[in-house]
Design a protein around this ligand. Structure first.
Ligand code: NHO
Length: 364
């Protein structure tokens, strides 16, 4: 039996699209949840950090303004770990960055008794050694330190928790497939719609960028690596030994010739015919094109790329930037357990991170 703690200290690293939504949601949670009391003791962005040597709390309501006004040069990661490890209460670090260096420090945080929650995919889809170091540093149930990363796949949707429940309750997961990228979902739903014309590929990419659906450099979405990272995470959780997100076939939609050039968007129309051909061929077969990831847990294979789907298929019928993820298991039989919903965006991703914090608060 664990003794209930009275206070939990939170350290938030990263306050961009997801992190700023998280801080707002955390402020509401702190007000509505009387116990344990939550205290924000560290807040940082890339070039600014705010904390007090005596661990005095940063007020939740105007935390970001305080960081902006009073923040100073952030300490090194090892100094952050040292500072947090001396805190009088249990500490949870919320990594809302996409920093590789912070991801690689999770074992060091955990070894000092500091729990981690994060939407950052880097640690869980990085080297197998990092994965093993992280999970061997997690403490016992009900005690911690804990690590949760629900939002690293499917934003706030319960993808990782569902997969963990399936595996831990003894179901046999045979296949996982779906649309894992909000950006790719948006692009293909508009480029290859069920009804009507979809316009040229390059025009769709430019529109998605203008609407803020892509990374600043759309090649970071189009190279398929984001989907490969998510598949790596799910595959490992389901028991597959995946060395890295580049250890299986991943179709990149970045033409080789444009992989390093500075005028990517200007030159993308030169490659419209290539995508148009794919769409026309799918259409002749009365199908649409979608960008999907799939894990075959029986054959132990993973792949990412374009596939054609019947118009009546749930993957074909997606809208906007929705994700859809289907788990085929022995218990569920031929019809999969399917989860569909918003797969990108600050608020829904932050909600998954906050849900992870609540999981920890329930246990300590
Ligand atoms: P931003 O807006 O770039 O913010 C990053 C913040 O981290 C900034 O405040 C920056 O100053 C800070 N930072 C960076 N390095 C730092 C360091 N060393 N020390 C301190 N601060 C540092 O990124 P986002 O959008 O807020 O994303 C944050 C994390 O959430 C990333 O790891 C991202 O991969 C992950 N994430 C974001 C989303 C999303 O919708 N924005 C999703 C999942 C995970 O569900 C979403 C998704 O998969 C979207 C995907 N593109 C898709 O499906 O299409």
């Amino acid at each position: 039996m664990s003794t209930r703690v009275e206070k939990v200290s939170i350290a938030v690293i990263g306050a961009g699209g997801v992190g700023s939504c998280f801080v707002t949601q955390l402020a509401s949670l702190a007000k509505s949840r009387p116990a344990p009391k939550l205290s924000l003791i560290y807040l940082a962005i890339i070039d600014r950090a705010l904390y007090h040597q005596d661990y005095a709390p940063i007020p939740f309501d105007n935390a970001l303004e305080e960081l902006d006004k009073f923040g100073f040069e952030p300490p090194s990661i090892s100094d952050i770990i040292h500072f947090l490890s001396k805190a009088p209460d249990k500490v949870v670090v919320v990594d809302n960055t996409s920093s590789q260096a912070i991801a690689e420090s999770y074992p060091a945080f955990l070894q000092k008794g500091i729990s981690i929650i994060t939407p950052n995919k880097k640690a869980f889809s990085g080297s197998k050694k990092l994965w093993e170091d992280i999970f061997s540093s997690v403490g016992p149930q009900g005690q911690g330190p804990f690590v949760y990363h629900e939002s690293s796949v499917g934003a706030g949707m319960p993808i990782i928790s569902t997969l963990n429940d399936l595996v831990e309750t003894g179901d046999r997961v045979t296949r996982i497939e779906g649309v894992f990228s909000g950006t790719m979902s948006f692009l293909f739903n508009s480029f290859s719609p069920i009804n009507g014309e979809g316009g040229s590929w390059s025009a769709n990419v430019m529109r998605a960028k203008q609407l803020g659906y892509t990374e600043p450099d759309p090649r970071d979405d189009l190279n398929g690596l984001d989907v490969a990272r998510k598949l790596t995470i799910l595959g490992r959780l389901a028991g597959m030994s995946i060395e890295s997100p580049t250890a299986f076939p991943v179709q990149s939609l970045v033409p080789q010739e444009l992989s390093a050039c500075t005028e990517f968007l200007d030159r993308l129309p030169e490659f419209d015919d290539w995508m148009d051909k794919e769409r026309k061929e799918a259409s002749k077969a009365n199908k649409v094109v979608r960008f999907v990831g799939s894990l075959d847990l029986v054959a132990q294979k993973a792949k990412v790329g374009m596939e054609w789907f019947e118009k009546s298929h749930p993957i074909a019928g997606l809208e906007g930037s929705d994700n859809i993820i289907s788990f085929y298991t022995e218990r569920y039989g031929p019809l999969p357990l399917t989860i569909r919903g918003a797969g990108a965006g600050g608020d829904v991703t932050a909600m998954g991170v906050l849900g992870d914090l609540i999981k920890i608060l329930r246990q300590i």
